[in-house]
Design a protein around this ligand. Structure first.
Ligand SMILES: [Zn+2]
Length: 404
């Protein structure tokens, strides 16, 4: 695999067999030249290497990828960089006893993510803000990898679900203070835990909704006043509907969401990250996550989620890709393709899936200059063999990555 970190002061000429420019473009362009100038895609032309470019740019770095199809880089809208998908409890303990171990694992996961074609990761938070620290370390050049968007810690109601995601709040005043402090740390978004977890013992059971509609609206308004979008962990139809009414920007998980609420989601243009992998990967592995958990219950919840995704597409919901990487059996980077395949099982076309993975996810994470391989956009793209629009498995082997 060839990885190139694009430098803003350098000129690049990339010759590629084919290019998929992203959502809305019809099929693949053939025999392409992509040029990058001042950290932006300058042009995408067909018809092979142009001599005028060669003559004009003596110092250009020329990259020849005649067998490769270039396409916009992939974006994961929901990860937890601080979580280990194989042993969450152990990592949580290690955050305090051996934080260096967590940091070195994160370094590995950043690599795993990049080599899986991911150019940006939106984190869902952790108690000690490891993802925010990682973002900062990246800024100073200590760490390479996908761009990280971090909420620092998450907001949740003390005594309810979420103790490893943030310090917890008791009152609305606490919430406002916490948002102010996070804004001070220049977080990229606010993560709020609206409901509890989905039960794997009893079908349809979800931990209690943590906030009233009024509380939630006040919290969302506060975040928006700081210019921060809100990603909301919400499962159960009631929690999802409450979150949408409160004006959150994206609903995370959203298990057991009903038709009317999906329509509400579409009308309000609230984004949805249905995170199928935390259920689907348990089923694939035949892994019973805790004593008493029942794989049949998980299977029913999983199947319901696939049905809801199918409906969401028909209703026009803005659907991105979020894996919840770090959850049990959901691996950083490697599990991204699993999530894409669940969308395939839900009945989406490969083009719909790849559009969700690129431009829709770019929109959801607020990276409006990513998601397409077109002039003026950021040089965040990947290369694979063959045609990923025909076969998603081409994404198993990422051959080329350009990132910033
Ligand atoms: Zn999560």
């Amino acid at each position: 695999m060839k990885t190139i970190k694009i430098k803003p002061d350098k000129y690049y000429i990339i010759h590629a067999g084919q290019v998929w420019e992203g959502a809305g473009s019809s099929g693949l362009l053939q025999n392409c030249t992509v040029t990058i100038k001042k950290g932006r895609i300058e042009r995408v032309s067909t018809g092979g290497l142009k001599t005028e470019i060669n003559d004009a740019q003596h110092d250009a770095q020329v990259i020849r990828l005649p067998e490769i199809t270039l396409m916009p880089g992939l974006i994961d809208c929901h990860v937890h960089l601080a979580f280990d998908s194989q042993n969450l409890l152990k990592t949580v303990e290690e955050w305090t006893t051996n934080p260096a171990a967590t940091r070195s694992r994160i370094k590995q996961w950043m690599q795993d993510s990049l080599s899986s074609g991911l150019v940006a990761l939106r984190d869902g938070g952790d108690l000690y803000g490891f993802s925010l620290q990682t973002r900062e370390a990246q800024k100073t050049g200590q760490l390479e990898g996908p761009k990280i968007l971090s909420p620092g810690t998450a907001l949740y109601k003390k005594g309810r679900y979420g103790h490893f995601l943030g310090p917890g709040i008791e009152t609305l005043a606490d919430a406002k203070d916490q948002i102010a402090a996070l804004a001070e740390q220049k977080v990229d978004h606010i993560k709020i835990v609206v409901s509890g977890l989905v039960s794997f013992k009893e079908y349809g059971l979800v931990g209690k909704t943590q906030f009233t509609a009024e509380e939630l609206r006040a919290i969302v308004d506060t975040a928006h006043r700081y210019g921060l979008p809100v990603m909301a962990h919400a499962s159960s139809d009631e929690a999802v509907s409450t979150a949408i009414s409160a004006g959150v920007d994206s609903v995370e998980h959203g298990y057991f969401v009903k038709d009317a609420t999906l329509k509400q989601m579409a009308e309000s243009q609230t984004a949805w990250l249905p995170t199928v992998a935390p259920l689907g990967n348990l089923l694939t592995a035949g892994h019973v996550p805790y004593p008493g958990a029942n794989l049949d219950v998980i299977r029913r919840s999983y199947e319901g989620q696939l049905e809801a995704i199918n409906k969401a597409v028909n209703y026009g919901v803005l659907l991105g890709i979020g894996t919840d990487a770090g959850a049990n059996q959901v691996y950083h980077g490697k599990s991204y393709l699993d999530e894409l395949k669940y969308y395939q099982k839900a009945g989406l076309s490969n083009e719909e899936i790849l559009s969700a993975a690129t431009s829709a996810s770019a929109k959801i994470v607020g990276m409006h200059e990513a998601g397409h391989l077109k002039p003026g956009k950021l040089p965040l793209f990947i290369g694979v063999r063959g045609n990923p629009l025909q076969n998603l498995n081409q994404l198993k082997n990422i051959e080329f990555i350009a990132y910033i």
